[in-house]
Design a protein around this ligand. Structure first.
Ligand SMILES: [Zn+2]
Length: 337
């Protein structure tokens, strides 16, 4: 067993060297060009941001870069996707189902640090905040021990009120995340082809505008990167979790001083890439080995697009399989190492 492990480690190191050597897309001008990253998550909104009635969204991102075909994780639920967005790790690796994220007061998969934790390690004095409607994000994804301002409050109007109060108090976080929940509720209740869903999208649009204007009034957008996204979409008749286009395609919209105006990003854009985009903007390197997010091309000026380290998923898969067989043969896991 030790020989297999040694072989895998050697293979891993070789591949790391190869990929490091060929990494592209790093550029001094855009890397670390921001003091703040704001991620606004509209649960269950999928690609419906492209509708003409999303007037605030289009006002903000007319000069930004928008990808309507960003791919969710293979399971199109909230827990898997918010976890990947905030860790840069695939669902296949972290395995965080809704129940895992919301069902425990402990962060059971703390093995995969959130980008809050990565930013905190690089900038211990930086302010960080997560103000959400779906409290599970603050239970299962955001670490409690690193000084993040964590507020879980609904309905969405109350969430936005808490956000506006937070910024009007003069806070200036390096990384900010919010999740609004009512589009998802309308999707579950009535389906994405319903008038109720459209009404919820329009209300979400207004709330995006309120948050954006609040940041602008507080002078935080000059050096701020503003991102809007959704964890998954909804079937016409409502519901998500599987592979249909309406469920598994989503949106990443990015606005900021170094963003390509009208950029549509390149192919192979995944929601988890928001983790890479955020860290890149702040000039912070990811630390988790299983991080398979990348900065897409045609997003930041002068950045051609990073290579996704798919080989890590493959090695994780092989290692996981060997460990599974080994432990199922009755050996304790610590014997493996
Ligand atoms: Zn969701």
């Amino acid at each position: 067993m030790k020989k297999i492990l040694a072989l895998l480690l050697t293979l891993t190191m070789l591949m790391t060297v190869c990929v490091t050597g060929s990494a592209d897309g790093q550029n001094e001008n855009t890397y670390g060009a921001y003091k703040h990253v704001f991620i606004i998550g509209i649960d269950g909104a999928g690609t419906f941001f492209e509708k003409d009635y999303m007037t605030e969204f289009h006002r903000i991102f007319d000069n930004g870069a928008v990808k309507y075909g960003a791919r969710t994780e293979t399971k199109t639920d909230s827990g898997p996707n918010w976890t990947s967005i905030l860790t840069g790790v695939s669902y296949f690796k972290h395995g965080a189902e809704n129940g895992v994220v919301s069902g425990t007061q402990e962060r059971v998969f703390k093995k995969y640090p959130s980008i809050f934790s990565v930013v905190h390690d690089a900038m211990p004095d930086a302010e960080l905040a997560s103000i959400v409607n779906w409290g599970a994000v603050n239970i299962g994804i955001v670490e409690d021990e690193i000084g993040v301002t964590e507020i879980s409050i609904g309905p969405d109007d109350a969430t936005v009120e808490a956000i506006v109060n937070y910024f009007n108090e003069g806070h200036s976080p390096a990384l900010f995340f919010t999740q609004l929940d009512e589009v998802d509720a309308a999707g579950h209740g009535f389906g994405s082809s319903s008038a109720e869903y459209e009404k919820a999208m329009k209300e979400a649009d207004e709330r995006i505008g309120i948050i954006y204007d609040c940041l602008e009034e507080n002078g935080l957008l000059e050096d701020g990167l503003f991102i809007v996204t959704a964890d998954h979409g909804h079937k016409e008749t409502g519901g998500h979790g599987r592979f249909s286009k309406l469920e598994s395609y989503s949106t990443i919209a990015v606005a900021g001083k170094t963003v390509v105006s009208g950029g549509s990003m390149d192919n192979d854009v995944k929601l988890r890439d928001i983790a890479a985009i955020s860290l890149y903007a702040l000039g912070v390197e990811p630390t988790e080995w299983s991080f398979t997010a990348r900065v897409p091309g045609n997003l930041f000026k002068d950045v051609s697009g990073q290579t996704r380290p798919y080989y890590r998923d493959i090695i994780d898969f092989i290692c996981g399989g060997i460990m599974w067989i080994y432990t199922n043969l009755g050996h304790p896991l610590d014997e493996f190492f």
